[in-house]
Ligand binder design. Structure first.
Ligand code: AMP
Length: 216
């Protein structure tokens, strides 16, 4: 089953994705995570992506779709994936619909996480991310351990370069201009479930599961 987790930066997509992917029995494909992995490994793709990510801009569609095409070509993705942070532009959306359609597959559901812009800024600027495993924390609501390290793997937890207020504002502009229009194109093509993304992680998880008819 191919499912798309949609929503602005900071709406909680990454936080909710692991449990949902596990429940659906499909891999979690987060283009942002894949770009950050390339960045850490210093690949050419990582260098290219960095110049866009640091400015809160989208990595070009061709580069992103190529990356997703190769991920979808892996064995574990044959029966479905949970997309997180992809597609993020109308060209990416039409590319993925065509790519899946060419092999008789389709998007089954879209979960649209809704969170007010004012909340988003606080959520993202307070967010901290493990440099090793990518686990996320929040300075107020879910801090790392007393030494500022990851409670999962013990490595340092830092603020992502693109989680500063200045860059977040640019990311929200990119979302409104390039990503949000995907929703209009999706409505009528794929069932879109609007889910209130404000609440505890558990509350939002239950709402998502129930929107998809899954037992919590
Ligand atoms: P995320 O971790 O999903 O917030 O993504 C972080 C950054 O990676 C974004 O601000 C973009 O610069 C880049 N990125 C992630 N996914 C995409 C995508 N589907 N298309 C273009 N750029 C992306």
């Amino acid at each position: 089953m191919f499912v798309l987790l949609f929503g602005p930066p900071g709406s909680g997509k990454g936080t909710q994705a692991s449990a949902l992917a596990e429940r659906l029995g499909v891999p979690h494909v987060a283009t942002g995570d894949i770009f950050r992995k390339h960045l850490r490994e210093g690949t050419a793709l990582g260098q290219l992506a960095r110049s866009y990510m640091d400015r809160g801009q989208l990595v070009p569609d061709l580069v992103t779709c190529d990356l997703v095409a190769s991920r979808l070509g892996e064995n574990d993705a044959a029966g479905g994936v949970l997309f997180d942070g992809f597609p993020r532009s109308v060209p990416q959306l039409y590319w993925v619909l065509g790519h899946l359609g060419a092999t008789g597959r389709s998007l089954a559901h879209v979960v649209n996480l809704q969170v007010d812009d004012r909340l988003i800024l606080g959520r993202i600027t307070g967010r901290r991310t493990c440099t090793n495993c990518g686990a996320t924390y929040h300075v107020d609501s879910a801090p790392p351990d007393a030494d500022g390290n990851c409670t999962r793997c013990g490595k340092p937890v830092v603020q992502r370069k693109d989680d500063t207020e200045e860059v977040v504002r640019d990311r929200l502009v990119a979302y409104a201009a390039q990503t949000f229009p995907c929703l209009e194109q999706l409505v009528g093509r794929v069932p879109v479930h609007n889910v209130d993304g404000v609440g505890s992680i558990e509350e939002v998880r239950v709402r998502i599961f129930s929107a998809l008819g899954l037992q919590a």
